[in-house]
Write a protein that binds this ligand. Structure first.
Ligand SMILES: NC(=O)c1ccc[n+]([C@@H]2O[C@H](COP(=O)([O-])OP(=O)(O)OC[C@H]3O[C@@H](n4cnc5c(N)ncnc54)[C@H](OP(=O)(O)O)[C@@H]3O)[C@@H](O)[C@H]2O)c1
Length: 246
């Protein structure tokens, strides 16, 4: 199956590296114009945008005032439309999941502000144009950590559970035929997990598919969800079967 996205416009948040960059490349390869975004790594974001056939780069923290509107305005100005939004930007804190004593209110604020509030704000700003599109859609990148008792930190895990639920509520009430789904990866080899040799070895041992994911595995799952035109409110777990073992 090959989707045709020529003439479509898509925002991919957090697309300067890892999963977001892979998703941006795959969507651009199918013909879509892409708004590439990151908060800090502007040079890397500009590089990703420059290698795509038709893209603009917008620097901005998705949780900060004004970024959501700037992302949507960039699509509107360049292509006069918006067909899709991939809410991929996310962060965690360096506190093990079970170390409740070390989690601070500041950790919660940082992680929820990006992963939940930022995801919501960009979706909110995008919805009017997505409703006007012939087949508007949102894909939220969540996590196995939002569905099982695992993951990089407690705030990250809880934030991803929140976005899985946000996905169902937005799917119910988005209107305009806009589909809202989530893709929930297990462990993916990206800059985020570059130092996780032990955890990767554990996944390779335990998961039925005996490997960690590549960013492109997750991009493929996003394409499958985007191409599945009669599904909404779903979370697609893409974890090599790891969740079966936890
Ligand atoms: N890697 C995994 O094993 C894994 C597993 C499950 C889920 N996920 C999810 O997948 C998503 C991408 O992760 P990744 O592994 O690809 O990480 P990554 O390579 O570190 O990429 C994260 C991207 O998000 C951007 N970003 C972070 N905070 C942002 C903010 N507030 N506003 C705008 N952009 C922001 C980063 O750019 P700057 O930092 O320069 O802003 C970067 O472009 C995250 O939502 C993560 O929770 C990852």
């Amino acid at each position: 199956m090959r989707m045709e996205l020529t003439g479509h416009a898509v925002i991919v948040t957090g697309s300067s590296s890892g999963i977001g960059a892979a998703v941006a490349r795959r969507l651009a390869g199918l013909g879509a114009g892409i708004v590439v975004n990151s908060a800090r790594s502007a040079e890397a974001g500009r590089r990703v945008a420059a290698e795509l056939a038709d893209a603009v780069y917008v620097q901005g923290d998705i949780g900060a005032p004004g970024t959501a509107a700037a992302l949507v305005a960039a699509a509107q100005q360049r292509w006069g439309r918006l067909d899709g939004l991939v809410n991929n930007a996310g962060r965690t804190v360096d506190v093990p999941l079970q170390d409740f004593a070390s989690v601070t209110a500041d950790h919660w604020d940082q992680v929820l502000r990006t992963n939940v509030v930022g995801t919501f704000l960009v979706s909110q700003a995008a919805l009017p144009l997505l409703r006007a599109a012939p087949d508007g859609w949102i894909v939220n990148i969540t996590s196995l950590a939002g569905m099982r008792q695992t993951g990089s930190s407690l705030p990250h895990a809880v934030s991803k559970a929140a976005v899985n639920h946000l996905t169902t509520i937005m799917a119910r009430f988005a209107g305009g035929g806009v589909r809202v789904n989530a893709v929930a990866p297990g462990l993916v080899a990206t800059p985020w997990t570059a130092d996780w040799a032990d955890r990767k070895a554990a996944v390779e041992r335990a998961a039925p598919l005996h490997r960690v994911a590549t960013p492109d595995d997750i991009a493929e799952a996003c394409l499958a969800v985007i191409a599945t035109r009669y599904a909404t409110g779903q979370t697609f777990l893409v974890d090599g079967g790891l969740g079966l073992m936890i």
